[in-house]
Design a protein around this ligand. Structure first.
Ligand SMILES: *Cc1c(COP(=O)(O)O)cnc(C)c1O
Length: 330
């Protein structure tokens, strides 16, 4: 089994820069969906509590329950509860869902400002607010989500303008939030009530150079131990499909991790570890071979590097890591 190490000092370093951008620790809502982006839900929740973060965002009620004791406020993005709670808020993603929430539920209304994925349309705001009242729900916030916050071109400015219009017509006393990590870090003067920050806290935010921003430090490393070792002669192959052929006599060791653990198979043949150790052939389910004799290999310490090799984004690399892998805080 591989193990995952989490650097608490890097996590706190990232949180420091997030708090600085948002203006106060109370405005930071740490996004912990999908097992805290693969880092481990409770491990990250505990560290966040130690730091002083009081707000969290998750996907489901089940996730919210697991971390309830660590936070004062939890926003659930995609679930409908059986009973209301004093701590857990629920996003309303569609006007048709309002009637499904039990009386007394704390809700936040998501508004579609051009992403066209979730949320009521801007013309449905009054009708939705009335329906929320009639259903006996407690509306605490209006929020939206950006489709292009990490791009120079695209809908970013349009969505911002749309959300500003919404703020003007909203009833008094309502809170507003629109920023994910990319939006928070590209903004000069953040002034909303809260920012929903995921990837920046995990140290893997990437923005185009034009959007000058403070960089963070990745907090997750994947470590794997050697299962066996051998000398491979020139011309011999390694692994499934015999895709690696030795150009000279080499030591090849096999390590105890693979795509079964969530390491993307598309890293086969071309991947190099964080210490520049080259892979030999394909990633298999529970085994991967490298040109190394080390007893233990750090497979990666920056998911962005793996993402480049696999042709994907760090979010997928991280959330693919299986929850059974032991998370160790260092
Ligand atoms: C996942 C998510 C976020 C966090 O996005 P990052 O890019 O990781 O900061 C914020 N808001 C919503 C609605 C999300 O689904």
């Amino acid at each position: 089994m591989p193990i995952i190490q989490l650097s608490k000092s890097n996590f706190f370093y990232n949180l420091d820069s997030i708090v600085k951008k948002s203006g106060s620790v109370e405005k930071v809502a740490l996004v912990l969906k999908d097992n805290a982006y693969g880092h481990g839900l409770c491990e990250v929740a505990k560290m966040a509590q130690e730091y002083g973060i009081s707000r969290a965002v998750v996907r489901s009620f089940v996730e919210a329950q697991e971390i309830e004791k660590y936070f004062e406020y939890i926003l659930v993005l995609a679930d409908i509860p059986d009973t209301p709670s004093s701590k857990i808020r629920y996003a309303i993603n569609d006007i048709k869902n309002i009637s499904k929430f039990p009386k007394g539920t704390l809700v936040e209304l998501k508004v579609n400002t051009a992403m066209n994925r979730n949320g009521i349309s801007m013309s449905e705001i009054d009708e939705s607010i009335n329906a929320i009242k009639n259903q006996g729900l407690v509306l605490e916030a209006l929020f939206t989500h950006h489709s292009c916050a990490d791009e120079v071109d695209g809908n970013y400015e349009l969505q911002k303008e749309n959300f500003e219009k919404i703020k003007k017509i909203a009833p008094k006393g309502i809170r507003f939030h629109s920023c994910n990590s990319a939006a928070l870090f590209r903004e000069e003067n953040f002034s909303e009530d809260m920012a929903r920050v995921g990837i920046a806290a995990y140290g893997c935010l990437e923005l185009p150079q034009e959007l000058d921003y403070v960089s963070q430090k990745p907090i997750l490393s994947l470590i794997s131990k050697k299962l066996s070792s051998r000398l491979v002669q020139k011309g011999e192959s390694v692994g499934y499909g015999a895709t690696f052929i030795a150009k000279e006599e080499v030591v090849v060791s096999n390590y105890d991790f693979g795509y079964g653990d969530g390491f993307l198979r598309s890293c086969s043949n071309n991947y190099k570890t964080s210490q520049d150790v080259a892979i030999a052939g394909r990633i298999s389910m529970d085994n991967s071979s490298f040109l190394s004799d080390l007893d233990s290999l750090e497979i990666f310490n920056d998911a962005r590097v793996v993402a480049k090799s696999a042709g994907t984004i760090s979010y997928e690399v991280l959330t693919s890591l299986k929850s059974y892998i032991k998370r160790e805080i260092i």
